[in-house]
Design a protein around this ligand. Structure first.
Ligand SMILES: [Zn+2]
Length: 261
């Protein structure tokens, strides 16, 4: 049977924010995962550059996207979505910030939805939770091979609006972890679930090379990984090669990261 993966990115989630957010599921995640609390993202520690690196397993210096405005790559390379499409895997993507769409070329995404966190704020309490509902409905009905679920409110409505490590920021992390719990409880047997962040943050910003911005947690939960084992370090560039290995597809030649298994 083909192995399947759900990747959940929680924007701007610092490891110490994860540990102190007060959600009891944090403890349970650490018991179930092969995980790091001092992984490293890439510089500049901004959302689109970091997600481009997550999916293309090269640094911003190589893919060329160094701001939150997408531009076509000077030297294009396949990312995870393109490789999955090449090997006939069905992909889906759920996201709360439109610019994230550019991590995948459109033809590689079969199902998906964008619920803009800011523009939907007067209608729905949490775009993160609404997107999780949408992804869960699709997982139930079509069971895509790969699902990317991107939760932005930790960053936008937590870090930027109130400040990193404030109670408001931690409350957004707690909501995001409730969404992780719902996904793992229903689909954790069929899917490997990977949870990460694109970057951290400090004060009401991120983007620098400070450790607060550059350090991210990463959790791998599935049959290929030991449970309750913490490893040191690790790079955001390792996530795409790890998913390729789990799903038994070839990585792109240009990828620079290393599978963690
Ligand atoms: Zn971000």
């Amino acid at each position: 049977m083909k192995k399947k993966v759900i990747l959940m990115s929680i924007d701007g989630m610092r490891p110490d924010g994860f540990l102190t957010c007060g959600n009891p599921y944090a403890e349970e995640m650490m018991k179930n995962a092969y995980y790091t609390l001092n992984g490293q993202t890439v510089f500049p520690s901004k959302t689109l550059p970091c997600h481009m690196s997550l999916f293309h397993s090269v640094t911003p210096q190589r893919h060329g996207i160094t701001t939150n405005v997408y531009q076509p790559m000077a030297r294009p390379l396949n990312g995870l979505f393109e490789q999955l499409h090449l090997f006939k895997r069905i992909c889906a993507m759920y996201y709360g910030w439109g610019e994230i769409r550019d991590v995948a070329t459109p033809a590689t995404v079969t199902y998906g939805e964008c619920i803009n966190a800011r523009r939907s704020a007067d209608r729905i309490e949490s775009s993160d939770t609404a997107l999780t509902d949408s992804a869960i409905a699709r997982l139930r009905s079509q069971a895509p091979d790969f699902v990317f679920l991107y939760q932005v409110e930790t960053d936008e409505k937590g870090g930027h609006d109130f400040g990193w490590m404030t109670e408001e920021y931690k409350a957004r992390i707690s909501t995001a972890l409730d969404n992780v719990r719902r996904v793992v409880q229903e689909f954790g047997d069929e899917y490997t679930v990977i949870v990460t962040a694109d970057h951290g943050g400090h004060d009401r910003m991120h983007g620098t090379d400070l450790p607060e911005d550059m350090t991210i947690p990463m959790f791998y939960m599935g049959p290929d990984f030991p449970k309750g084992v913490r490893f040191e370090g690790g790079s955001i560039l390792d996530i795409a090669p790890t998913i390729a290995k789990i799903m038994e597809i070839e990585p792109a030649d240009e990828w620079e990261g290393t599978p963690v298994i």
